[in-house]
Design a binder for this molecule. Structure first.
Ligand SMILES: [Zn+2]
Length: 318
């Protein structure tokens, strides 16, 4: 066993019959709010006797899956591979392949799975819960429900064909699973410096979401805290949900955004301009469809081909 194969986790419950839920963060090494949310869940179950007593089933919590990337403060580990494109990995592979293998084994042991992400160092994502449009109707319905009860403003169902992700492993094993995106870039740092964790006045939305799903799965008693204004969109096109390829930058340079996260835009509307610091023409990037801006690269430098924004067609409002 090498280090990568031994994911550091905590497990709670097991004495009362119920489902096995796995919650992970840090599949990417620079996504900090989700790691802290899982850390806070661990503290709650450590110090709140009532929570532990009331828990049905088993809760497994992994705050930092990709420790190699985390130590480097980067999205990916030393081998440059994206863990979310490498699952199910290989037992005798590179560092990221071995972590993917270990993570995939943890997922296969679960009955339900939640994978928490943020936009990392450069991207900012409107808080959303997503799922794959699974071919099995019962699994799809459960995933929809889990994503809705998580309670974030956007619920987004996308292509079930994407490979290499933690959710691809869950899909193939028939395990209902959702992923969550919560801000990123400077907004994540702002929440951290404003004392998001440990949350005292009110629970952080990531914490509320995990507890909501546990209540929905009847692992905990109590009422689900619903989201009052939630937009639900499902995009059945092949490749939908792949954020890293949406609105690619035509050139590298200095990025000036012309829209805000959460803004509604029309097809053809200017999203951003990219300029070279050596002068010359600015390059415009326009929206490829109508919808809501759910992801923006909120970072001054952009490289050619980098995804600049994701626009999701407006779905039903609850
Ligand atoms: Zn991520």
């Amino acid at each position: 066993m090498n280090e990568a194969m031994q994911l550091e986790f905590r497990r709670f419950g097991g004495s009362r019959v119920g489902p096995k839920l796995l919650i992970t963060a840090g599949v990417h090494g620079d996504e900090y709010l989700p790691m802290l949310a899982v850390g806070e869940l661990i503290r709650r179950f450590d110090f709140d006797d009532r929570l532990e007593r009331e828990l049905r089933g088993t809760l497994t919590l992994i705050p930092v899956v990709n420790r190699c990337a985390y130590r480097a403060g980067r999205r990916v580990g030393d081998d440059g591979r994206d863990l979310a494109r490498t699952c199910p990995g290989r037992q005798e592979g590179t560092i990221t392949e071995r972590v993917a293998y270990a993570l995939s084994r943890q997922i296969a042991e679960a009955d339900f799975y939640i994978d928490l992400h943020s936009g990392g160092t450069e991207l900012c994502v409107l808080p959303l819960a997503g799922y794959m449009l699974h071919a099995n109707a019962a699994i799809l319905q459960q995933q929809r429900k889990m994503a809705c009860v998580f309670g974030l403003p956007v619920v987004w169902g996308t292509s079930a064909e994407l490979q290499g992700r933690s959710l691809s492993v869950a899909r193939d094993a028939g395990i209902p699973a959702i992923y969550v995106e919560y801000l990123g870039a400077h907004r994540e740092l702002a929440e951290l410096s404003n004392g998001a964790f440990p949350s005292t006045d009110h629970d952080h939305p990531l914490l509320v979401g995990c507890l909501n799903v546990m209540r929905h799965l009847e692992m905990l008693p109590g009422a689900i805290q619903a989201c009052e204004d939630q937009q639900v969109a499902e995009d059945w096109r092949a490749g939908s949900g792949h954020m890293q390829v949406s609105h690619p930058a035509p050139t590298g340079g200095f990025l000036t955004l012309k829209v805000k996260l959460g803004q509604r835009v029309s097809c053809g509307e200017l999203l951003a301009e990219i300029e070279s610091l050596l002068g010359g023409e600015k390059h415009a990037v326009v929206a490829e469809q109508d919808g809501t801006v759910v992801m923006l690269r909120e970072y001054p430098r952009i490289n050619e081909g980098d995804s600049l924004a994701v626009v999701v067609e407006n779905g039903e409002r609850s």
